[in-house]
Design a protein around this ligand. Sequence first.
Ligand SMILES: [Zn+2]
Length: 481
Amino acid sequence: MKARIGLEIHVQLSEAGTKLFCNCDSEYRRYRPNENVCPVCLGLPGALPVPGKRPVELALAAALALNCEPPRALVFTRKHYFYPDLPKNYQITQFEKVGGSPVCTGGYLDYLSPDDWEWRRVRIRRINLEEDPGRTSYEGSILSSRYAYVDYNRSGVPLLEIVTEPDLKSPRDARVMVEYLLLTLEYLGATNPRLEGVFRVDANVSLEGGERVEIKNIGSTLDVERALRYEINRQRLVLERGGKVERETRHWDAERGVTKPLRYKEEEEEYLYFPDPDLPPVLITRDLLEAAREKVAEWSPRRVYEEILGLGVKREVAWSITSVPAAARTYLAGVKSGGDPGILARIVGVDLKGELREQGRDPYNPGNWPEPGKLAELSRLVAKGEYTYDAVKGLVLPKLAANPEAPLEELLPEKVEDLEPLVEEVLKEEEKAVKDYLGGKKKALNYLVGAVMRKARKRALDPRRARELLLKRLEAMKTGA
Ligand SMILES: [Zn+2]
């Protein structure tokens, strides 16, 4: 039974700097309740909304990144409903059916699936720019709480509502697409996908012969996959037992891992939509469009990934670098300043990134990465054979991850210039391995090389040279010299 999946993704433009219609902060999480507010986002009488420049620019850039033809003007509409977290009793959004004009209709996104390294396409039906409501919270559950607490710090934060066509084929496919979409928006500097509650997903899914079911309230990309998997199994069971899948809206309960029916559904008309008389259309000027176009062209996951592939890097490593924007910037700047593309890719995309994670330092934070020139230099030292990659990986990268500011000279391990004394010691101590080798067990040589390396302790030595020296001495023993 084939599934058809479409998504509605709400993403806050957390990096916009301001809310959509006032100058309060778009990143509200750092404030105490009701601290990040003003008359506009509190909906006080007489306060007038003014569209912010950055939110509009970012929304436009998102529309272009999703291959939409942008409109000549943005027109905002009011969507009415009563809820304590909505102080004006309406939300400003863009509803095209009543004369609203969204930032995008009819686009598409090509996204990379790291499962099979194929590019897939999902059509984008529409993107709206709207304001996020405030937050209501309770002590325990809504039923047992004595009070409802309302916090307007989030009220008015710019929010993109991105609606896809039902082109997605599987729960995994849907998850991969959302992850790629979030990365695309992160590259634009529009959002930080790792902030708590920064995006929410509603999914609709139908199986052949069944009605469309909508799932609300999915809060992570992992849960996109889990919720859809659960829901598809549920629908399949209903159909296999000869039942009918009803058209309905369900709620994702992440803790229990199930979808549950929602009691009632508001019809679109109940919202009493109409164009907001406080907000004249926002004209999309040529300058605005050009600025957005440049932004999209110079820095996107696809462009970066393909540039790294073009340097001869394996796709797994290229994607590992691309998927962390701070790593991608470090890598490309390192190559530009003369780093060895292959060795640098291993450092940035595999071992230093892994070391940062190991030490609990966030690889998405640009401040945790060393200056690109330093890594470029390190890669050149390996390329020239001054140090082995293993010595850099084992002795330098852990220190660099702990202190990205440390100068390279202090981090580079002391080198063992004179290997011969170490080789002699090992030949004396490892009688059995020597005998094995002379008796024809070639593998014993690896053990002896390892023993020399261990003798070097925290100093770096060249294992190829150690092997050569050992061989020379062993062959001499064979011939009895
Ligand atoms: Zn405000």
